[in-house]
Design a binder for this molecule. Sequence first.
Ligand SMILES: Cc1ncc(COP(=O)(O)O)c(C=O)c1O
Length: 419
Amino acid sequence: MDLFDKITKNWGPLGKWSRMGHGYFFFPKLEGRISNKMIFKGEEMLVWSANNYLGLADHPEVRKADADAAAEYGMASPMGSRMMSGNTDFHEQLEAELSDFVGKEKTILLNYGYQGMVSAIDCLVDRHDVIVYDSESHACIVDGVRLHQGKRFVYPHNNIENLEKQLARAKAITDETNGGILVITEGVFGMAGDLSKLKEITALKSKFNFRLFVDDAHGFGTMGKTGAGTGEHHGVQDQVDIYFGTFAKAMASIGAFISSEADIIGYLRYNSRSQIYAKTLPMPLVIGALKRLELLRTKPELRENLWKITNALQDGLRKEGFDLGNTESCVTPVYISGGLPEASNLIVDLRQNHKIFCSIVVYPVVPKDTIMLRVIPTAIHTLENVEYTVEAFKSIKKKLKAGLYSKKEMAVGITGDQL
Ligand SMILES: Cc1ncc(COP(=O)(O)O)c(C=O)c1O
């Protein structure tokens, strides 16, 4: 069998839909400045699918800091990996400020969160150690776990009773191998918006000797009194041994970081392959992140606005009988029943007729015959945006119930090829 033949015949679980939805359901182009309204296929849409939680993407101070840094340093500087020739005072200043913000001794910057997470998991454990992780962990955690040469146990999502069982299995093994145990979970689960049960998880530390790694991509900047994340929200930040945050969500940028004890960060600096063998974060991203962190710290009104919009949206939808699952964060999943024809017709209707752009998630990410509309509020949405959206969702729910989306062809008279 020729390798390319095999690939051309099967583009994988998402790729198989490409003919029907490329450019519309997948790889859509949202144009214009990043805001609550953007242009999709030439039309202005109310956008609920950007992880621009605090609205920093187009904040004038952020735009100026980014532009000034790019004018001063260009995008190339500094050259090389951090370890070889890519270290600067700005990188170290950002690390120090992040440590201070999340209440940890030291921080290492990561050039991308995904790679950083994969590498961090890889270098923290060896074959004598056991990883125990939540079943709904982000792909970067799953990929990091895949590199692990020792045992790994997965516990059903947020099931603490089962976690305890997996920890007992892990302990039996590490007693033999003289290894350690690493528990990994997301802080805010990025798809469903529910929180990991950090209080219950950390309470198990007295019974089992493990270290806790929290991927708080969606919690950093949005959760907790100061925005320091899900650990702060639960009052157990000091029990989180390794804290991961990305700049890609609340900071609306690129890059990420891990914070922990000084020794652990030192070890990661000298062993994390995705950082040693890859180029450092460019200066505009570092200086831009310093500005974003400053705003995150000094402008609590950004987080207050985000939560005002989040609460209005979630309350409004719940009042209308929508199922939002167990979200306790800004991530707002709206679960409705229906299969693929319903999901695609409904999204077309939302975009064509209501001018609302949000993401849609179907099986296998959610159970069969369930559609999840993933709505991401931000600090720059308005209460009018919320009201309008709740009304639009009511209307699509009615049409869904009446079976209007169940036909094979698109409800609004458009077929996949015309999209
Ligand atoms: C939970 C979670 N972890 C990690 C990442 C990866 O971060 P980055 O975009 O910085 O690579 C993401 C998403 O982007 C995420 O949602």
